[in-house]
Design a protein around this ligand. Structure first.
Ligand code: OAD
Ligand code: ZN
Length: 256
């Protein structure tokens, strides 16, 4: 029972975790959306918080098609630094909990879909399968003109890499501001959000669309919605359960 004016999210964190665990462990289908916050405990900077990547820099200069046209060298250099910084980074307890949850749910015939806005490859490194990379991958490059794509890992790339097929400039295989999301990944994520019994959003400020729209799609379709985040976000008032804390602390408890 709650007093007037109180909501379920005013309950102690342990109670909210227990409710989330109940939902997650009994769901037959689950859709998860992750953002930079889930990788923060691995040492990867987020975008908007203090010390975030978009602090003190105009994101359009390094993460837009216009920025790339203007100064491709600067854009490559910025992405190379981020890529190389990922070399010694390991998945954390939050990534691992989601990989375990996928195995458990699939083992009992359920459906698990993980859509991430992250480009760092840490979900895959933790063992998650069929990850939908809504914003692409920093560990790959693609041609700015044709459909050529290369896995480039963490090592430095040539100054301004050129497409082996057509000779035009290669670019990081990331979705930049003003660009469309990869259609297959987006459609699969939207379908999972619209049909999943439970929707879990982790470590995203939920301000970048269309990815953040998955939360609205799920809520609108009647899914039980859960948010795990250090702070209130743009989505907090729209979710059923809002759990405040670190993904690496809370996810293992939900998945237990
Ligand atoms: P943001 O930097 O906008 O938000 C990170 C969120 O993670 C914030 O809400 C933090 O409160 C939360 N957070 C930080 N540490 C956490 C922790 N240990 N556990 C749980 N939550 C934590 O990052 P995104 O929402 O991912 O796009 O940003 C979305 C997109 O904007 C990115 O994919 C990127 C950026 O521009 C592209 O580069 C295309
Ligand atoms: Zn090409």
């Amino acid at each position: 029972m709650q007093e007037a004016g109180q909501t379920v999210n005013d309950l102690p964190l342990d109670d909210l975790i227990a409710q989330a665990r109940q939902l997650v462990t009994h769901a037959s289908s689950l859709c998860v959306l992750t953002g930079a916050g889930i990788s923060a405990e691995s040492g990867v900077p987020t975008y908007r918080g203090s010390g975030g990547l978009w602090r003190g820099i105009d994101a359009g200069d390094v993460a837009s098609p216009e920025g790339f046209r203007c100064d491709p060298q600067r854009v490559w250099q910025w992405h190379n630094e981020r890529r190389m910084a990922l070399k010694d980074v390991r998945p954390n307890a939050g990534h691992q909990a989601l990989a375990r949850l996928q195995r458990a749910l699939e083992a009992r015939g359920g459906r698990f879909v993980l859509a991430t806005q992250n480009v760092d490859g840490l979900h895959q490194a933790a063992g998650s399968r069929s990850v939908l990379e809504l914003h692409g991958s920093i560990l790959a490059s693609r041609c700015s003109v044709c459909d050529e794509r290369r896995e480039i890992g963490f090592e430095p790339v040539a100054d301004l890499p050129r497409c082996p097929k057509c000779g035009r400039l290669m670019r990081p295989a990331i979705v930049w501001f003003g660009e469309m999301l990869p259609e297959d990944a987006w459609l699969a994520a939207a379908e999972a959000a619209a049909t999943g019994e439970v929707f879990l959003t982790v470590g995203t400020s939920a301000v970048v669309y269309p990815a953040a729209g998955l939360i609205e799609i799920a809520a609108g379709a009647g899914a039980r919605t859960i948010e795990v985040n250090l702070e209130p976000t743009a989505a907090s008032t729209r979710v059923g359960l809002a759990l405040r804390g670190k993904a690496g602390d809370i996810l293992p408890q939900i998945v237990e």
